[in-house]
Write a protein that binds this ligand. Sequence first.
Ligand SMILES: NC(=O)c1ccc[n+]([C@@H]2O[C@H](COP(=O)([O-])OP(=O)(O)OC[C@H]3O[C@@H](n4cnc5c(N)ncnc54)[C@H](O)[C@@H]3O)[C@@H](O)[C@H]2O)c1
Length: 361
Amino acid sequence: MPTICIAVPLEPRYEVLVGRGLLAETASRSAHYSARALLSDTHVAPLYAGALGLPEATRAHLLTPGESSKNLDELERTLEFMARTGLDRSACLLLLGGGVVGDLGGLAAALYMRGIDFVQLPTTLLAQVDSSVGGKTAVNLAAGKNLAGVFRQPALVLADTGTLATLDAEEYRSGLGEVLKTALVAGEALLARLESARAELAARDPDLLAEVVAECVRTKAAIVARDPTEKGERAKLNLGHTFAHAIERVAGYGAIPHGVAVGTGLALALRLSERLQIVREPALRARVEALLAAFGIPTTLAALRTRYHAQLEPSELVRSMRLDKKSVAGRPRFVLPRAVGELALGIELEDSALETVLEAA
Ligand SMILES: NC(=O)c1ccc[n+]([C@@H]2O[C@H](COP(=O)([O-])OP(=O)(O)OC[C@H]3O[C@@H](n4cnc5c(N)ncnc54)[C@H](O)[C@@H]3O)[C@@H](O)[C@H]2O)c1
């Protein structure tokens, strides 16, 4: 399948290229910068840094893989690395890896000398369909996930779907959770495509993956272009995330992959939507749960607890939701499905009603 190019029509405009073998274009597509440095992690760099075609002398800083690296200490070490490397304001930071490298590296690039360019080279399904596009950068604080960050768009995204072959099953599953979220935001065509292509998705068929990644990027790019700093419509992309962030926080960051928590969060959002009589399509929860099951993502809190040996007490989850960035005056705000591609935004409810839904799940 040829490379697919999606333009993100922001100011400045940037492109997201999706296809196999794209990492090899990194060197030529970043050759105009005064200097380049690489940020990756110790798992991804040995697999793919060689594919970038960069000069041998290119300096690299490698994070310890995983969510626990997305913190202020690592951010500082990365900034010191950039300074030691002598990057100037016309230099570029290349971010090779998953959402952790992309989120922390994007923030480092935004802060360094008040902002230099960065190129996203996402190597997880989650990063390709979601985190590498849209300009949200952040690190976690002890008080919560992604609490310290800025909006800063990448200069370019090269999503090489060939890298997805080496993802372990759990990380692939995590990406599928965000793909399913995007389908519920995008509309019937993508959801039906996922349903009809379950076997190819399970087999990581490269052409199908390129098609699905591109469709998810198109969906996100269109929303981000209309609402780059989440003043309104962009909140749609948080479907399932109020539950997911609480689940991740209560379980301990890194214990449950983000996209898996999002997947279970979608099922919970649908239960809540049913309880509040917001959802109009009675079969929607069954469709979503069938896809989650096919992806190997728990559809209930009970199953999530068992799989990850996590407590996930409803009262603790509700407490955690009050701390969510999207809470207003301590009240969580939910994005809930009405139908495929149609969402209700900013839904608030009593803690007791929320706990009842969580107790039943
Ligand atoms: N900025 C955004 O808009 C946004 C959106 C969604 C999620 N996120 C953030 O993204 C993060 C999660 O990202 P993630 O799921 O990519 O996790 P991750 O970056 O921790 O990567 C997961 C694991 O996969 C390994 N890996 C990466 N690419 C690989 C490959 N091709 N082959 C084999 N192993 C590979 C990594 O070394 C790591 O161990 C979270 O911190 C989440 O908050 C950000």
